[in-house]
Design a protein around this ligand. Structure first.
Ligand code: MN
Ligand code: MN
Length: 310
């Protein structure tokens, strides 16, 4: 029996193209990541490569080291390099016409973290196999938590996978990393990111005061803005609506690094920006993450970001 197909062909095709680009760049980035490599150079490589392959970054690449779980992207004048013995999470987003692929890999430069990585990787594999139309979201969380615990680690309870919409990375539904019965919604047609995090620590992350990622709150802020500020908002909105961006991408709008930062502060003060603080594990413990995007279309489940994986 042929089931009715709910997503238009061109939409599915764009999700698949975005997924393939994100997957290629993820694998290339993982190979380039090594102790001593500059985070800024790695970030620029990832984002340039996404564009070269015909996509646009859906968000600035997150390069989160050790106990940093997510939301760190290099600053304009970033001088950090990948540390010796570290655990590095590279989280990449690509989109075609707003159709997003979101995928992450972790690499470790100390053998003692191999099993931590394996816990998150196996949780993702098992979770992907468990997804099917009609399955409840919390059931995926059950698989994730059981798998990670079987390796002796904890999932991160306050980070989740998510539904994806056009120009929307988080489209409203959460996919928990434990059997959270409040996630009683059921998988149907659409795109989803599954992202187990495993940690040697408490299983919780908290915000820090450091912010490296921003997004527009609206394209029509009510406050009085300068001509330049209005132009920044207009141009970002036209290109990416409320998809996130880093200070690096605002370089054309100011003469200096300080100028870019002053521009961001002003936009934030006027209520034009959403901020995404850097997230760290509460005990300062190691964190690993793996992530894939999948598209459900009728009774078909397509993992869009699998290409090129070892
Ligand atoms: Mn991600
Ligand atoms: Mn995600």
């Amino acid at each position: 029996m042929v089931s009715p197909v709910a997503l238009p062909d061109d939409v599915v095709e764009k999700y698949i193209r975005a997924g393939r680009i994100a997957a290629i760049v993820r694998e290339e980035a993982a190979r380039r990541a090594e102790p001593g490599v500059s985070l800024l150079e790695l970030a620029e490589y990832v984002e340039d490569r996404i564009r070269e392959l015909g996509g646009e970054p859906a968000f600035p690449v997150n390069i989160s080291i050790n106990h940093v779980a997510a939301h760190y992207t290099p600053l304009l004048d970033d001088e950090l390099v990948i540390p010796e013995e570290s655990v590095v999470k590279i989280d990449i987003g690509a989109h075609i016409d707003g159709y997003i692929a979101d995928t992450a890999v972790t690499v470790a430069f100390n053998e003692k973290y191999i099993e931590l990585l394996e816990a998150a990787r196996e949780a993702l594999e098992k979770a992907l196999r468990a997804v099917e139309p009609g399955r409840k979201a919390w059931e995926i969380g059950y698989v994730v938590e059981e798998t990670i615990k079987s390796h002796g680690y904890k999932p991160i309870y306050n980070l989740t996978g998510h539904s994806i919409g056009r120009y929307m990375i988080h489209a409203g539904k959460s996919i928990p990393n434990y059997p959270d019965r409040s996630a009683g919604w059921v998988f149907g047609d659409g795109a989803y990111a599954i992202e187990p995090f495993a940690t040697t620590g408490s299983g919780y992350v908290r915000d820090t005061s450091l912010v490296t990622i921003y997004a527009l709150r609206t394209n029509r802020p009510r406050a009085r803005l300068s001509i330049r500020e209005k132009r920044v908002i207009r141009e970002i909105w036209m290109k990416r609506r409320s998809l996130p961006f880093p200070e690096r991408w605002l370089k054309p709008y100011a003469e200096t690094v300080e100028g870019v930062r002053a521009l961001i502060r002003s936009l934030f003060r006027h209520g034009a920006l959403i901020i995404y603080p850097v997230l760290v594990e509460t005990r300062g413990s190691m964190v690993a993450q793996f992530e894939h995007t999948l598209v459900i279309n009728g009774d078909e489940v397509i993992v869009t970001t699998k290409y090129g994986e070892q």
